[in-house]
Design a protein around this ligand. Structure first.
Ligand SMILES: [Zn+2]
Length: 140
């Protein structure tokens, strides 16, 4: 007969951990946050949300609808850097995060954060080209 302890131990297998898709560290399942199908550790989750909140005057809900209500189109309401990245990517019809980083003197992390916001506004999206990630215009 198995005691309660056995259950405790048998539960402590590697499926108690998940890989954070933000930073790649392994996170205990009960500390993971499911962000629209993306598994994130608390750090990455709050990091993302703080950054988006800080740069995002409309909040994360119904972004598109709120922009429409505010009469904002395209790149209106974005920061200079975000507009520049959007214009650069549109002009080139796709650029790698590295090219964007070099062009604007940003760190990889900053490019990622700016991209998250631009993607949120449905201005840019990621696309794999021959195994390389490109940032491309959302609608073409
Ligand atoms: Zn993480």
């Amino acid at each position: 007969m198995r005691g309660l302890n056995d259950y405790g131990v048998s539960n402590m297998t590697d499926d108690e951990f998940a890989e954070c898709q933000g930073c790649g560290s392994s996170v205990p399942i009960d500390e993971c946050i499911d962000e629209g199908g993306l598994v994130l550790c608390e750090d990455c989750y709050f990091d993302r949300h703080q950054k988006i909140k800080a740069c995002d005057p409309w909040g994360v809900r119904s972004k598109k609808l709120l922009r429409a209500q505010a009469g904002l189109e395209g790149t209106e309401g974005l920061t200079e850097v975000q507009k520049n990245i959007y214009e650069f990517v549109s002009f080139r019809v796709g650029a790698t995060p590295r090219e964007i980083a070099e062009k604007f003197g940003l760190s990889a992390r900053e490019v990622e954060n700016q991209f998250a916001i631009l993607r949120h506004c449905e201005l840019l999206k990621g696309e794999m080209r021959e195994g390389t990630l490109y940032v491309v215009p959302f609608e073409r």
